[in-house]
Design a protein around this ligand. Structure first.
Ligand SMILES: Nc1ncnc2c1ncn2[C@@H]1O[C@H](COP(=O)(O)OP(=O)(O)OP(=O)(O)O)[C@@H](O)[C@H]1O
Length: 227
């Protein structure tokens, strides 16, 4: 479902004499449906960079990043947008809050975007918000003023609203209390059971051990380490 072949990435630091730093070199990996793979490696090894490349936020200079039958490296922007809407989900640690949109709509929006009716989308959103212990009195309010933890849980609810065949999870359990951490781990397990291919960064070792089938240390794709 997710396959990287000989992927490389350099950053050019335009404000520092156009210095070029190679961050990822010849990365290859494959994640099958129903499998969760953890990216590991020391701070600065390139975990977030690789994740952003797989989501298409960072340009990839060489190689192939296949999500289903789309190669993200070659895809047109409109194909990337369609892929993100239908196939590839991304749960970051932080909610990008859209001002004035009620929480319920924030969570239901990914379902509306793929043509699911208002009622069904909102039912799913309500169920996720309840599961993640967001008090019902907050559902009609914009999450702008919510606490950090509440925003993170709204973001997780939104990220899991649609059953994406492929998912990227960036520290999904970071700074959650034990009850909500457990809810998130169950959501990940349920996503695997329905066949989602998942790549995650988990500093929470126990969470990683529980939901991940394999670990890939990105240091092995780091040119500096190899040198
Ligand atoms: N936009 C950027 N411009 C220049 N260099 C960058 C950029 N993003 C990341 N880097 C560099 O790439 C390397 C890998 O960073 P990255 O954030 O991917 O590491 P990480 O493994 O996710 O680390 P952490 O566990 O600390 O989050 C670092 O040396 C970093 O300085």
């Amino acid at each position: 479902m997710i396959e990287l072949k000989d992927v490389s990435k350099t950053f050019t630091l335009h404000n520092q004499g156009s210095a070029v730093i190679e961050v990822i070199s010849n990365a290859s990996l494959k994640v099958s449906p129903g499998e969760c793979v953890a990216l590991t490696g020391a701070s600065g090894a390139g975990k977030s960079t690789l994740m952003r490349m797989i989501y298409g936020n960072y340009l990839t200079q060489a190689g192939e990043i296949r999500i289903g039958d789309v190669d993200l490296v070659q895809a047109e922007p409109r194909d990337v947008i369609a892929l993100r809407r239908e196939v590839l989900g991304y749960v970051s640690q932080f909610l990008r809050v859209v001002p004035r949109v009620p929480t319920l709509d924030v969570v239901a929006e990914p379902l509306r975007a793929i043509g699911i009716g208002a009622e069904e989308s909102e039912d799913r959103a309500r169920s996720l918000l309840a599961q993640l212990n967001i008090p019902e009195r907050l559902w009609s309010l914009s999450p702008t003023t919510f606490s950090g933890g509440e925003q993170q849980r709204v973001n997780i609810a939104r990220g899991f609203a649609h059953s994406y065949p492929a998912m990227l999870l960036d520290e999904p359990t970071a700074s959650l209390d034990p009850t909500n951490r457990e809810v998130v781990l169950s959501l990940i397990e349920a996503a695997k059971e329905r066949g989602a291919a998942i790549i995650g960064i988990f500093h929470d070792e126990a969470a990683r051990a529980r939901v991940c089938d394999r670990e890939i240390d990105v240091s092995r794709f780091t040119p500096r380490a190899a040198a």
